[in-house]
Every structure is written in C-alpha cells, then in structure tokens.
Design a protein around this ligand. Structure first.
Ligand SMILES: Nc1ncnc2c1ncn2[C@@H]1O[C@H](COP(=O)(O)OP(=O)(O)OP(=O)(O)O)[C@@H](O)[C@H]1O
Length: 325
C-alpha cells in the first residue's frame, strides 16, 4: 500500500509550479511537504489528489497509474486549511457524509461517527451545529470526516494554519496521535517547521517547485542538504567551518550552518559587540559583531541584561551548528 510520485511536473502556462518531483509515501507513513510560500507544495498535493493535471510524470498507488482516475475514485481523504464543512449539516452529519455516500448502513455509520468523534477529542459533539464550533473544533471535525471512510491516504493542506499559535502547537500533537492511531498514510503540506517535525516520519523540503531533500526530521535538521535549505531550517548564517576556529578546535569541515542557539552569551568566550537585541519568549536574540566572523546571531538569557553597544563574551554551542551538504 504505497503512493509513488515519479517525475511529476505541473505547469500553469509558462510557470513551472512543480518540476520533476519523485516522492514515496509508504504504508502507515506520514510525510510532510515543507517549504516557503509559493514553492509548489499545494500544487503537488493537488496533483496527487487528481485536482491538478500533470504536465509530466505519474502518480501511482501500489504501482497502478492513477492517470484518468477521478478525485473521488482515488480513495484519498482531503483536509484543507479552512475545513470546508457543510454548514447546513450538524457535526455528525458532516462526519457521516462519506459513509452515507458509500452506502454504509445507519447503525454502522452512527457507530463509526461516535468512534471518530472520540478519536479527535469531540465525543458528544454530534448534534452541534457547525456554526457553533471554534476554529480548532471545526478542523477536528474536518479530520474526522476525512478519516471516516478509511481512506488509503490522507492529504492535508495546511490543516492547522488558520489557527492561532498555541492551538496549532496543541493540535499538531493531537493530529500526530490521531494519524498514528488510525494508521493512515498521510501527505501533509505545511510551511511550519515545528508542525512538520511534530507530524511527520519523513520531511520533504521543497523549494522553487523541486524537492531538495527528503529524510527523517532529525536527520534533515542535523544535516541540511545545501545552504538555502539550511537558511530555511533556521540557520541564520552559513560559513566555512574553519572560521569557527577562533572558538577552539571544531570537528566540522566544509560549510556549516549556525542556528541562533550556536552562539551564546557566556563567560570566558570570544568578545562580541552587541548590535541589536530582540526579546523572544524565552531568550534574547542578539546580532553581534565578532572579529574574524562578521555579524552573526547569538542568544542571551533574559536575565543577562545585555545592552546594545556593549561588548559581551560568547561561546560556541555545538548543538546549534549543522554541517551543510
Ligand atoms: N491555479 C493557478 N494558476 C496559476 N498559477 C498558480 C495557480 N495555483 C498556484 N499557482 C502558482 O504556482 C506556484 C506554486 O503555488 P502553490 O500554491 O503550489 O505553492 P505553496 O507552496 O503551496 O504556497 P503557499 O504555502 O503560499 O500555499 C506559485 O507561484 C503560485 O502563484
């Protein structure tokens, strides 16, 4: 039971939105398509769903080409950013929709609806009107509705991005659990790293219509394939490793990416002149000038009381350094 995408390209007139993409989603696997806005994530997802014609390549399920198989015959479930619930049906009516279409008899339908509402944390919500749901609840209903007919693959396009940050973080953990419990294979589009890393067994990084790197979250995070990917994954600076020798011996060769956590204000380090400070939730982000390194990011503890224009001491934290390539 496997999705395979081979050599897929999608063009909108002169624009190559997706170019020569190869991708696999194995049985029970959750793969996240992660990339900046406009890189082609949604277009690729829509092409897999059958909503977008391919310019080249193939989308196959267990080896069988899906060209010519319409969206509703592919056996895939779809969840979009805004849920797109049926406003005139109650919660149970929404979740039951696909089951009714498939001719599932009423008692089994009711049972399955209750099971799914329980799974998404909305037990007892069946009679609620859709207009009375919060954004997070509506997305849970959309997820339950998509899972109800037991799709062989779930396609989720930015399922949490309409929600505020706290709810998104919370729901991402829930969504990861629901997908694992349901055992459904899924392809999830997101531009949010944390979301991708929370949900996915593997992350496919896209840029300008192409997949640049695929791997387990920890692996992609630790070894970005190229400088652009390193920047996208939060390395503010990419430089040759030998420039870090001013901090002592370093184990890296070639280029390395520095995350903001790579340089920290700490005693007995290298002098750094503070150019700017920005308070974040649990630390202060600094831009500092270091002789031999230039202007780079660093972090300080909130209690460090670092002032612009002063010179502080910074040390290298190896966990914030990612070898590139
Ligand atoms: N129907 C369309 N007609 C023409 N161009 C389109 C169409 N849909 C998308 N595009 C263009 O194709 C490119 C890829 O768009 P796509 O929506 O796939 O990107 P994305 O990575 O999902 O972005 P976002 O995260 O902003 O949704 C963009 O340049 C976009 O403007």
């Amino acid at each position: 039971m496997m999705l395979s995408v081979a050599g897929v390209s999608v063009r909108y007139g002169p624009l190559a939105a997706v170019s020569d993409v190869d991708l696999r989603v194995d049985d029970g696997e959750v793969v996240a398509l992660l990339g900046p806005s406009g890189c082609g994530k949604s277009t690729l997802l829509r092409a897999v769903a059958g909503l977008e014609p391919l310019t080249a390549g193939s989308v196959r399920w267990d080896g069988a080409d899906l060209a010519g198989v319409p969206v509703h015959r592919r056996g895939f479930g779809l969840v979009f950013q805004d849920g797109q619930l049926f406003p005139h049906r109650d919660v149970a009516g929404n979740v039951a929709f696909g089951l009714r279409m498939a001719g599932v008899p009423r008692p089994r339908r009711d049972e399955r609806v209750a099971e799914l509402l329980d799974l998404v944390g909305l037990a007892g919500y069946g009679g609620r009107r859709v207009s009375q749901l919060s954004g997070g609840e509506a997305q849970r209903v959309a997820l339950a509705r998509a899972l109800a007919p037991e799709p062989r693959l779930l396609l989720l396009d930015e399922p949490l991005s309409a929600l505020d940050r706290a709810l998104r973080e919370h729901l991402a953990v829930d969504l990861a659990r629901v997908l694992r419990v349901a055992g459904t294979s899924a392809l999830v589009v997101t531009h949010d790293h944390d979301e991708a890393f929370t949900l996915a067994d593997r992350v496919a990084l896209m840029r300008a219509g192409r997949i640049r790197q695929v791997g387990a979250p920890a692996q992609v995070w630790a070894h970005p394939a190229d400088p652009e990917t390193a920047h996208f994954l939060g390395c503010s600076t990419v430089l040759p490793a030998d420039r870090l020798h001013l901090f002592g011996d370093v184990p890296w060769h070639g280029d390395v990416g520095l995350r903001t956590s790579a340089l920290r204000v700490a005693p007995d380090g290298v002098p750094a002149r503070v150019l700017t400070t920005v308070h974040r939730r649990d630390h202060v982000l600094l831009s500092v000038a270091i002789d031999g390194l230039g202007n780079v990011d660093a972090t300080a503890a909130i209690t460090d009381q670092v002032a612009v224009g002063t010179t502080v001491s910074v040390r290298l934290n190896p966990e914030g350094v990612a070898p590139v390539g």
